[in-house]
Design a binder for this molecule. Structure first.
Ligand SMILES: [Zn+2]
Length: 444
C-alpha cells in the first residue's frame, strides 16, 4: 500500500481558528461583560464590596474606567467630550473619540431613531462614545433607579458614585470608539442598550429589586429554572451575572427588543467558514465581533426560542407604545439537523492513522434565508461553524478533513469536535425574522 507523508498545510488555519474561537466565546458568552479578562477590575470590585458602606471608598476599577469617561458633577474631575450632538428629543450624544465627530454623531442619532421608540426616549439623557476598547463590555446601559441599578452599573458605577447625575435618566455608554468607527459596528450595541432603556422603562416591576414585570417572564415562557429573574446585588450575584449573562431576564428582554423592534442595521451577516472551506483555502477573518454576526447570534441566549417565535411577545413589546408589530409573525417550520460521522485512514510514513469528521445537513424550509450552524459547549462558549447563503447546499463539516495528493495528504481541522457540544441551525430571513432548529447535543 502506498505510504503518505502527512502534510498539515492547515496548521496555521487550525491555530488561527483556535485563537479566533477564544475571541468569539469571550464576546459571545457575555457580549458586553465578561469578567474573565478583567483581573484588575475584580480586585477593585472586591475591595469596593467589602468596604464599609459609610466610608468614602475609592473604587480604583471604576476610576480607571473613568479615565476618559465623564464623571459626576461634584467629583472634582472635569472631562469634556471632544464632540457633542444635541438631539431634538433633549438628550445628547457625546464622543471622547477622535473617530466620532459631530457628523458621525448625527449619523449615530439617525441610527438610534431606526429603533422603535415611544415616550421613553424623552428620559434618555446621554449616549456616550468612549475611545477605548474594553475586554469585558462593548456597551452598557445605566440608570439610577434603585431597582434598575444593581449589577447593571457595576463595576464602573459603584454605589453612591455620581448617582445624582443620572436621576432616572438613561445613559448609554458605547466603548471602542477608536476601533469601531462605523455605524454598522456600533448599531448592535446601541440597539441592545436602548433595549435596556426601553424594557426598564416599561417593564420594571413595581415592588421588587431588579425584577421585570412577571407578565413578561410568563409570555416569554421562562421560570426560575430557565432564567435568572432578578439581579442580585452581592459579590456572588455579580459573578453569576457576568458568567451567566445570557440567562438574566433583563438581558433576554434587551435582546428581545433588538429582535422585535431593533434597527435593520443590526442584522449583519458574517460568512463563517468550516474545515471544508479551509481545505479550499477559504478562512474566517482574523477578528470577528460576534455582535456584528447577527446570523450566528441573533440573541445571546440560543437555548430559548427566538423572540419572533414566542406567541404574544411582539404584541406585548409594541403595546407599550400603542403600536402593532411591523411584520407578520414567522410561519414557523421545523428545521431538523442530521449528522453523519465519516472517517478516512491513511498509511502514513509515521504510521497508520484515521481521521474523523462529521457532516451536518439540514432541511431549508425558508428559500431566501441565510442559515448558520452554531455550536456551544457546557460553559456556553459559542463556536460558529458555517454560514450557508440562499441557494447553497445546507451542509457543514467539523473535525478533521483530509485531501490526498500524490505523496502527501493535507488536513484541515477545528477544535469543535471535542467534549460535549450542542448544535443549532439559525435561519435569518430577509425581513429580520429568525428561526432555530431543534438543538442537537453530541458527545465526542
Ligand atoms: Zn445588556
Amino acid at each position: 500500500m502506498k505510504k503518505y507523508i502527512l502534510l498539515i498545510v492547515m496548521v496555521a488555519l487550525a491555530g488561527l481558528a483556535g485563537a479566533g474561537l477564544v475571541r468569539y466565546s469571550q464576546q459571545a458568552r457575555a457580549i458586553h461583560s465578561d469578567i474573565a479578562a478583567r483581573e484588575n477590575s475584580i480586585v477593585g470590585i472586591h475591595a469596593f464590596l467589602q468596604a464599609p458602606a459609610a466610608s468614602a471608598y475609592e473604587n480604583t476599577a471604576a476610576l480607571a474606567g473613568f479615565e476618559t469617561v465623564y464623571v459626576a458633577p461634584n467629583s472634582g474631575i472635569d472631562i469634556e467630550p471632544l464632540y457633542q450632538y444635541d438631539a431634538p428629543e433633549g438628550f445628547t450624544i457625546e464622543s471622547f473619540s477622535e473617530a466620532w465627530n459631530e457628523s458621525g454623531l448625527q449619523l449615530l442619532y439617525e441610527e438610534l431613531k431606526k429603533n422603535k421608540h415611544g415616550e421613553e426616549i424623552n428620559t434618555l439623557q446621554t449616549v456616550t462614545i468612549h475611545s477605548f476598547e474594553t475586554d469585558d463590555r462593548s456597551a452598557e446601559h445605566i440608570t439610577t433607579e434603585k431597582k434598575e441599578r444593581l449589577n447593571l452599573v457595576f463595576p464602573l458605577f459603584p454605589e453612591g458614585f455620581g448617582f445624582d447625575m443620572f436621576q432616572s435618566q438613561g445613559v448609554i455608554a458605547l466603548y471602542g470608539g477608536d476601533t469601531r468607527t462605523t455605524i454598522e459596528s456600533m448599531a448592535r450595541s446601541l440597539s441592545h442598550e436602548y433595549g435596556h432603556h426601553y424594557t426598564l422603562y416599561y417593564m420594571s416591576a413595581d415592588d421588587t429589586d431588579g425584577e421585570l414585570d412577571p407578565e413578561y417572564a410568563k409570555i416569554r415562557g421562562l421560570d426560575e429554572d430557565e432564567a435568572r429573574l432578578a439581579l442580585s446585588n452581592s459579590t456572588s450575584g455579580y459573578y453569576d451575572y457576568t458568567n451567566n449573562h445570557h440567562l438574566y431576564l433583563v438581558e433576554i428582554a434587551a435582546d428581545d427588543y433588538v429582535l422585535l423592534m431593533g434597527s435593520p442595521t443590526v442584522r449583519q451577516v458574517v460568512d463563517f467558514k468550516d474545515v471544508a472551506d479551509a481545505l479550499n483555502g477559504e478562512e474566517n477573518p482574523e477578528t470577528i465581533r460576534m455582535n456584528e454576526a447577527f446570523n450566528a447570534l441573533p440573541q445571546e441566549n440560543l437555548t430559548i426560542p427566538p423572540a419572533g417565535d414566542v406567541p404574544g411577545l411582539a404584541e406585548y413589546f409594541y403595546g407599550f407604545i400603542g403600536e402593532t408589530p411591523d411584520r407578520a409573525p414567522l410561519d414557523a417550520e421545523p428545521i431538523t439537523l442530521n449528522v453523519e460521522r465519516r472517517t478516512k485512514s491513511y498509511d502514513l510514513v509515521s504510521g497508520y492513522e484515521t481521521f474523523a469528521n462529521y457532516l451536518f445537513t439540514w432541511n431549508t424550509p425558508y428559500e431566501d434565508a441565510v442559515y448558520t450552524l452554531v455550536s456551544y459547549n457546557d460553559a456556553y462558549e459559542i463556536y460558529p461553524v458555517k454560514t450557508v447563503q440562499p441557494g447553497e447546499n445546507a451542509r457543514a463539516v467539523i473535525g478533521t478533513l483530509t485531501s490526498a495528493g500524490e505523496t502527501a495528504i493535507r488536513t484541515a481541522s477545528d477544535n469543535i469536535a471535542e467534549g460535549t457540544k450542542t448544535f443549532v441551525v439559525i435561519a435569518l430571513l430577509p425581513d429580520g425574522n429568525v428561526q432555530f432548529s431543534e438543538p442537537l447535543e453530541m458527545e465526542f
